[in-house]
Write a protein that binds this ligand. Structure first.
Ligand SMILES: Nc1ncnc2c1ncn2[C@@H]1O[C@H](COP(=O)(O)OP(=O)(O)OP(=O)(O)O)[C@@H](O)[C@H]1O
Ligand SMILES: [Mg+2]
Length: 147
């Protein structure tokens, strides 16, 4: 299976990429985001939500782990696992409510909850580039066949 690499030069460009990726999202999909603090996970998710037609302002969920966004093409569940000590904490929240057949789950800090992620999650890795403060490398690996 192939992978796909993107390079963005600004937060706006990352958002635009997210808008484009939104068109590939289907019911039941989970996107697992990896990348350090400030890598741009929330920025990319903001673009995806915009592309899904969600009007809600998308921020890193600070005090809750999961935010549902309704009113778009599909229900979206924005999960930020940063503050979880283990995947067990996510299990306690009832992940069947957001890894649903009819919605899309977008998971920041996916490494913290790997045991609960659906095995067919689309992995998106993001990282900053040394000496280029506004550049980000974004890798989708493996790239789903229909993307
Ligand atoms: N090319 C770029 N793509 C995305 N963000 C960028 C880019 N260049 C600069 N930035 C800046 O980097 C920051 C990314 O923050 P963002 O909240 O999206 O990261 P995050 O990966 O969600 O971090 P956290 O782990 O804290 O949730 C923003 O301040 C954004 O403006
Ligand atoms: Mg974030």
């Amino acid at each position: 299976m192939s992978e796909k690499k993107f390079n963005t030069q600004s937060a706006e460009e990352t958002e635009k990429l997210g808008e484009m990726l939104a068109s590939y999202l289907k019911e039941g999909m989970t996107l697992a985001f990896y990348g350090n603090l400030g890598a741009g996970k929330t920025t990319l998710i903001r673009g995806i939500c915009k592309g899904m037609g969600i009007a809600h302002g998308v921020k890193s969920p600070s005090f809750v782990i999961v935010i549902p966004y309704k009113g778009g093409r599909l229900p979206v569940y924005h999960i930020d696992a940063y503050r979880l000590d283990s995947h067990e904490d996510l299990v306690a929240l009832g992940p069947e409510d957001f890894f649903t057949a009819d919605g899309v789950a977008l998971v920041e800090w996916a490494e913290r909850v790997e045991p609960v992620l659906p095995p067919d999650s689309v992995v998106i890795k993001m990282r900053a580039i040394a000496d280029e403060p506004d550049s980000r490398a974004i890798i989708i690996d493996p790239l789903p066949e229909e993307w």
